[in-house]
Ligand binder design. Structure first.
Ligand code: URA
Length: 224
C-alpha cells in the first residue's frame, strides 16, 4: 500500500472493476499497526463521548464521570468488573479504589503490570451508594462494552464477580459455586472469578482470586 498514492490506487481499482471484480478483500498485513491502533483509539474515543452524555438509564443523574475503561488496546486479556465506585466516579478511571488496588497488586504478583491489560466494567456509571446495578441498567449499558470488546478484540475476558458473569451469560450466576469456570463465548474465552471487593471482605479468598487471574493470563498467552 505504501507504494501507491491515492490517484494510482483509484486507477488500479478502476481497472479491476472493468475486469469484473466487484469486491476487494484487503489483507490485514497491508494495514500498518499504527493505522489499526489509531482507528481503535478513535472508535473508543467515540464511545467515550457517547457515554459521557448517555441518559439511557437513571445512573446518569448522579454520576460525576462515566468510566469507559483503560489499558492496552492490543491486549489479549480484558478484566471486566461491575460498575464504578466512588473513587472511579471521581477520577473517571476503572478500579482505582480499594478493590482496584487489590486487583493491581494481584496482577503485579503474577509478574505483569495492569497497563498490559484492559480494564472495564459492565456499567459505565456509578450506582448510588455502590448498590448492585439493576438488570435494566446492565442491559442498557452492556452494548457499550460489547463494542469495546469488538474494537480491542481480546481473546480472554476475566469476569470479576457475579454481575459481570450474569451480563455475559444472561442468567444469574452463583460466583462462589462457579468461579474458576472457563466458558467459550462467541470466539472468546470467559473465565469467571471473584470480584476483588468480595475478596476484601473475605481475605482468605485472595489466593483463589490470584490463581484465577494467573490462569486467565496463561490462557490469554498460551491458550487453553
Ligand atoms: N468495582 C468495579 O466493579 N469496578 C470498578 O471500576 C471499581 C470497583
Amino acid at each position: 500500500m505504501d507504494s501507491f498514492n491515492n490517484e494510482e490506487l483509484k486507477k488500479h481499482l478502476k481497472v479491476l472493476k472493468e475486469l469484473g471484480f466487484e469486491e476487494i478483500i484487503l489483507d490485514k498485513k497491508f494495514i500498518s499497526k499504527d493505522e489499526i491502533l489509531k482507528e481503535r483509539k478513535k472508535l473508543l474515543e467515540k464511545i467515550n463521548e457517547e457515554i459521557q452524555i448517555c441518559e439511557k438509564c437513571d445512573l446518569h443523574k448522579s454520576r460525576t464521570n462515566a468510566v469507559l475503561g483503560e489499558g492496552n488496546i492490543e491486549t489479549r486479556l480484558m478484566f471486566v468488573g461491575e460498575a464504578p465506585g466512588e473513587e472511579e466516579d471521581k477520577q473517571g478511571r476503572p478500579f482505582v479504589g480499594r478493590a482496584g488496588k487489590l486487583l493491581t497488586k494481584l496482577i503485579e504478583r503474577a509478574g505483569y503490570k495492569r497497563e498490559e491489560f484492559y480494564i472495564a466494567n459492565i456499567c459505565k456509571c456509578r450506582p448510588p451508594g455502590n448498590r448492585t446495578p439493576t438488570l435494566d441498567e446492565m442491559e442498557k449499558c452492556f452494548p457499550y462494552l460489547k463494542e469495546q470488546i469488538e474494537i480491542i478484540n481480546p481473546k480472554v475476558l476475566c469476569l470479576l464477580g457475579a454481575v459481570a458473569g450474569q451480563a455475559f451469560l444472561n442468567r444469574k450466576v452463583k460466583i462462589t459455586k462457579e468461579r474458576g469456570t472457563v466458558i467459550k463465548w462467541n470466539d472468546r474465552i470467559l473465565l469467571l472469578t471473584y470480584h476483588p471487593a468480595y475478596v476484601l471482605r473475605n481475605p482468605k479468598e485472595e489466593e483463589t482470586l490470584f490463581k484465577d487471574i494467573k490462569r486467565a493470563i496463561e490462557i490469554a498467552y498460551k491458550g487453553l
